[in-house]
Ligand binder design. Structure first.
Ligand code: MN
Length: 743
């Protein structure tokens, strides 16, 4: 037996239920909706909106907007409950128990967004803010409910103080309308913009709306005539169509006035007709007919069917000049029903498809590819996952946090207060003594979450960073700054720490200092590592610039070589002697060539092998060619792996390493194996552009079985940069394998 409320509240539910029935949503469990309504009504009992109506009217109005968007049952239930965690005693567990974990998670998600403190800032901050809100809405339904909530609040904004009206309108214009736009939900976007304009520029808003109202009868009559003409013509040609007309929304007229510096009376194309047909070929047929009937305005025709907008919008768009006495220009949008739904409801449209059909159609992957593009989804989930999980992991490699002043800071995912501090300024990081997240002191290693407010406490007497911080810092710049500080401020400590670490490593490798001294290795190794004293090496190990293991290994290799020196003269010795003859001037330091140091060789011809295209940071080895100097290979190169077993190569493979601090860049090749699909090259190019990669060449070709092979040649500074690029490439939809060319 359903609970009874007073008549206002009851009416409110009746309206919502009617709306669901009118929308033809037969698969909605109305009993569950009713229970959610009752829970909300009871929880908000006694609370009033500013206009004096019971609070639950807001909840059901938000739910109504969600119904308009065509969203699913959980969304409607969550919309009814969206303010219960924030404003009533209800908890996540309470909601989960009665309505399931999904609904509880969504309501909690909306609550988190509600708690984000908004302050108006410059555009870059706005973009971070929008990204953060979307990133916080792990489930896309959270942001849609937030939009519905905001829309209803804007609809009832008249009852708020002028100050609040302005603040909320600014926030709506800067944050929520762009999010609605990005998600392609035009209807909501337009309403949000018009409502915001009403409070942000009331005079202009009033003038525009008044003018439109005065002209409305004439404009309606005009559009009726145009509509009739078009309908008659399309009937003659047997083209099935539905035609709507509308007057453009106030904010778009307002923006045009400002952008083009026009008077209101000069803005003529405020009428828009929409012709909706059954298939794409009819779209082009209709276009041909209307261009035949009216004069198209030059430069106004846009084909968004062959080239959709980034948010998925598709239509043919043209502006026509009425004929005869009807000389007003008017816009015509021509599209199919599918395109129409996407244009109106954007990302929400796919719940419409889902609710109408048992399963997901084939071809949906293509249809929702834009959703992924638009959300810059980082995970490599396929469309099936995306639809069934209803989860979107946007901006997965970034986390957005606030400074105490409300600035948004973007950090790599997994970042800690250490990263945050160094992102503000290296002096802040170096003098950090404690960190607070959301007002509570936390360990420096705590992983930051989206929306956290992070505060760093500093002191002049801070002891500064230590080596452990290198493990806590997740961002490259923070680690670099810590290393710089350690190198500069803690040299003595680093030296003694580094010496201990290297001693331990020598012990493990079975090397004694005596052996090293006997073999007179120290000068050789200093040269190799581009250091001037052993202390430099110790210090480098101490601050983390070199690893003790690497240094010990190289000492050992060198020792082994010296011990083998009794063997007959090798090719290396010959070249070495030649090099020495050529270069008998300054022998104090070894000079890297293209950033590479070759054991015992200086000033020789050097080239990078085409088979494996090594870059700085790769483990490399050199091969003394006959007459062409030294060719540098990766140690995992197939040619090296087979070549070193060849007796002919005896003594010709030489140790090589990368010099420190080289500024050279290196050309390398990648091979991409993927599904052969439309826009593949564009997606690859987008990733490369977004990573500022210097591309030398890119070519893709189909190799049968629905697969494609892409060869890519690019210029990078080092292995880390290459790895980051490869990681991003491998997340492109349909990508199967990203590998380096080898052999
Ligand atoms: Mn609300």
């Amino acid at each position: 037996m359903a609970e009874q409320f007073d008549s206002v509240v009851e009416q409110c539910y009746t309206d919502l239920e009617q709306k669901i029935r009118d929308a033809g949503m037969n698969n909605i469990n109305l009993e569950r909706v009713r229970s959610a309504f009752e829970v909300a009504a009871r929880a908000h009992d006694g609370q009033k909106r500013r206009d004096g109506s019971p609070y639950v009217t807001h909840c059901s109005a938000a739910a109504g907007i969600i119904v308009d968007m065509g969203m699913d049952e959980d969304s409607i239930v969550s919309a009814l409950l969206h303010d219960t965690i924030e404003d009533t005693g209800l908890t996540h567990e309470d909601i989960a128990r009665q309505f399931g974990a999904d609904v509880a998670d969504i309501v909690e998600g909306v609550t988190k967004l509600t708690r984000v403190n908004y302050t108006s800032r410059e555009e870059e901050q706005m973009e971070n803010m929008r990204k953060m809100l979307m990133a916080m809405s792990k489930d896309i339904r959270v942001i849609l409910i937030k939009l519905a909530d905001r829309l209803h609040n804007m609809l009832t904004m008249d009852y708020q103080t002028p100050e609040k009206q302005r603040l909320k309108s600014l926030e709506t214009m800067e944050i929520y309308a762009p999010i609605a736009h990005r998600l392609g939900i035009q209807t909501v976007k337009w309403e949000l913009e018009d409502l915001s304009l009403k409070y942000l520029d009331p005079v202009a808003f009033q003038t525009i709306s008044d003018t439109i109202e005065t002209q409305r009868p004439a404009l309606e009559a005009f559009m009726d005539r145009m509509e009739e003409k078009i309908r008659t013509r399309l009937d003659e040609w047997n083209i099935q169509c539905t035609i709507y007309h509308r007057i453009k929304h106030t904010y778009s007229i307002y923006r045009k006035m400002y952008a083009q510096r026009l008077e209101l009376s000069e803005i003529l194309d405020i009428c828009a007709l929409r012709v909706i047909v059954d298939n794409v070929s009819d779209c082009y047929n209709v276009l041909g007919q209307v261009h035949d009937m009216f004069n198209p305005v030059p430069g106004k025709f846009k084909d968004y069917i062959s080239t959709p907008k980034p948010n998925g919008y598709q239509s043919l768009q043209t502006t026509l000049l009425g004929a005869g006495k009807d000389t007003l220009p008017f816009e015509v949008q021509i599209r199919t029903w599918d395109m129409h739904r996407t244009a109106e409801y954007g990302i929400a449209a796919h719940w419409k498809y889902k609710s109408g059909q048992a399963g997901v159609k084939e071809g949906d992957e293509e249809k929702f590819a834009w959703v992924r593009r638009l959300l810059e989804t980082q995970q490599d989930s396929d469309a099936e996952d995306f639809l069934s999980g209803l989860k979107v992991d946007m901006f997965a490699d970034e986390v957005f946090v606030f400074t105490p002043k409300g600035d948004v800071v973007s950090l790599p995912a997994g970042a800690t207060p250490v990263d945050f501090a160094y992102s503000i300024h290296s002096a802040v990081g170096n003098s950090m003594v404690s960190a607070k997240v959301n007002g509570r002191i936390v360990p420096f290693g705590q992983e930051l979450q989206n929306g956290d407010i992070v505060e760093v406490l500093t002191s002049k007497s801070a002891s500064g960073p230590n080596r452990d911080w290198l493990k806590l810092a997740k961002s490259g710049p923070a680690r670099t700054k810590i290393k710089q500080w350690l190198k500069k401020e803690r040299r003595e400590e680093c030296i003694s720490l580094g010496r201990d670490m290297l001693d331990a490593e020598f012990k493990r490798a079975g090397i004694t200092m005596n052996e090293i001294n006997d073999a007179e290795l120290v000068p050789v190794m200093l040269k190799k590592l581009s250091m001037s004293t052993m202390d430099d090496i110790y210090a480098a190990i101490g601050y983390g610039g070199l690893t003790a293991m690497k240094v010990a290994n190289r000492f050992r290799d060198e020792l082994l070589r010296v011990q083998k020196a009794a063997t007959p003269r090798t090719a290396l010795d010959k070249m070495n002697a030649a090099a020495e003859r050529r270069n008998n001037r300054d022998q104090n330091a070894q000079h890297p060539i293209h950033g590479v140091l070759i054991a015992g060789l200086d000033n020789c011809l050097l080239k990078f092998a085409r088979c494996c295209t090594p870059v700085a940071g790769d483990d490399i080895v050199g091969f003394i060619t006959r007459g062409y100097g030294v060719s540098i290979h990766r140690t995992d190169c197939k040619n090296y792996q087979t070549g070193r077993q060849n007796p002919d190569g005896e003594g010709r493979w030489v140790d090589t390493s990368w010099a420190h601090g080289s500024e050279d860049s290196y050309v390398t090749s990648l091979v991409l194996r993927s599904v052969d699909r439309n826009a593949l090259v564009m997606d690859i190019a987008l990733v490369l552009t977004s990573m500022n990669a210097k591309v030398r060449s890119l070519s893709a070709r189909g190799v049968g079985n629905g697969l494609a092979l892409t060869n890519l040649s690019l210029e990078v500074k080092n292995r880390n940069e290459l790895k980051a690029i490869m990681a991003r490439l491998s997340k492109i939809p349909g990508m199967k394998e990203v590998s380096r060319a080898n052999g």
